[in-house]
Design a protein around this ligand. Sequence first.
Ligand code: SF4
Ligand code: SF4
Length: 448
Amino acid sequence: MSYAKKRYLNFFAITVFTLVLPFITINGNHMLLLSFDRMEFHFVGFAFEMQELYIMPFLLMILFIGIFATTAIGGRVWCGWACPQTIFRVIYRDLIEGKIFNLRRVKNKQKKVDYTKTENKIKKVFSITLFGMLCLIIATNFMWYFVPPEDFFRYMKEPDEHVFMVMFIVTVALFLVYDIVFTKEHFCTYVCPYSRIQSVLYDDNTIQAIYDTNRGGNIYENGEKTIFKAKQLQEHEECTACEACVKICPTGIDIRKGLQVECINCLECVDACTDVMGKLGKKTLVHWGSTNEVLKDKKTEFFSMRNIMYYVAIAICFVLLVVSASKKEYFLLNVNKTTKLYDIKQNNHVTNNYLLTIQNRDKKAYTFDIKIVDNENFKIKRFKPFKLNADRRVKKVLILETKKRLFLSDKKDTPLEVKIIMFAKENPKEVFKEQTLSFIYPRNDSFK
Ligand code: SF4
Ligand code: SF4
């Protein structure tokens, strides 16, 4: 099977996955959602409040190390096999303009379309219109990662109430049309920063589209094409100079020149040369392989020291991500002291007041209670267990009291630590939080 067919299958799988993913929920949480409406981030079925995005650093580390590792090992595999820009360009350029409207030849992307012909102008308009409609679907799909489908379809019943959302979709769609129809592969070569970092990450084990100079012969010397000049290929050098690999290249480069930042690893040149050389009963001169494999007759080392370090770094980040994501926060507890530091009651009993904010983050109701941990000097003077429904927040007052005369300082009030545990009566072993409160005990001369 040609690389083109494999890539198209991959594109199809990615498209279906991206369309379906927003509809998949686990316990009511999405697989990937950044909701500014709800101030929540959902990831693989876990919901995180914006204020507890402690998984974010690990996700970003995995993303960046992953990009470096993928590029070092597989070259621009992302660009050729999964990048939305490439997928949309293939849909527009090869499917819509090429196959549906027969405006251009898929195998010769260098040939300019003759727009002096009215027929071609009309075809172009139809191509853009069809792609524009697709872009609206793509932009809507993109929106579902910020506004989940269940909210989106509800909002769309009253579009005039959600003008911003509609405008956002239309703007994204227009940008896509501009980018894919008019910016084309210039986006990959001039705008995308990824192409700039690729060359520093490559080594002889990096997989890339590579021309076999040993078999094909050197077409370039010092960046100058020599084949049609003084130097002619030797008899044993196999390149037929048919230029099929150049004509088909969407970025318009000649892979025989070696690694170039414009190469997006689409492998169309490999397919083109496979066809040409296949007719001569030979193997392709352009391969998807490493320099070691294609030019030096050595095996590609996937476990070089550098790659192992990448694997280890990603594994560590992944473990940390799983550990932090699995530390489920059933509820949030925030404790503030009231402005009055303490009260001295009858019999020299001292009290401190606290304001608690409790937010139930689980999908079920809990009855919350509080106890003091290992401290007989203090007791809870005021706090009644209460029931809190799923996703609700409440404020409660807690009053701690000590009846003991502690005789601490004559000079200043003394802060003492009191450890409390707030727990859900239904599941005290899992749904609990420990917090250390500061209890201010008055200086001795404050007592009568
Ligand atoms: S040289 Fe051109 S055709 Fe070949 S992989 Fe790179 S971008 Fe694709
Ligand atoms: S397609 Fe193959 S034979 Fe033809 S020019 Fe390219 S490398 Fe040479």
